[in-house]
Design a protein around this ligand. Structure first.
Ligand SMILES: [Zn+2]
Length: 99
């Protein structure tokens, strides 16, 4: 009797992110990838990190961002998700980030 070949285990996750805004509020699009942009508080909730960490990512330009004329910081959702995917590896490679 033949044994079944050992299959590769590929973890898959499906995630749906819903950000509700006041009625009539326009969604800003990223100038680099045309993805929707989040406000800082929304980015903190999505990434499950502190606002300070988001500011670090912005200063390191590892996420797409834009500042509005009112001084609001907007973060690109697409680049935020990519940063989160790569975050564990980068943290392991650079554990001593100090501010
Ligand atoms: Zn973007």
């Amino acid at each position: 009797m033949r044994e079944k070949p050992a299959g590769e285990i590929i973890p898959k996750t499906n995630q749906v992110i819903v950000c509700r805004r006041p009625h009539g509020t326009a969604v800003d699009l990223c100038e680099q990838c045309a993805c929707g942009m989040l406000m800082l508080e929304e980015s903190v909730a999505v990434a499950c990190v502190s606002s300070r960490e988001i500011y670090r990512w912005v200063e390191a330009e590892t996420v797409h961002f834009r500042e509005t004329a009112d001084g609001l910081l907007l973060i690109c959702l697409n680049s935020l998700l990519k940063r989160m995917e790569n975050g564990a590896n980068e943290t392991r490679n650079h554990p001593a980030s100090t501010f």
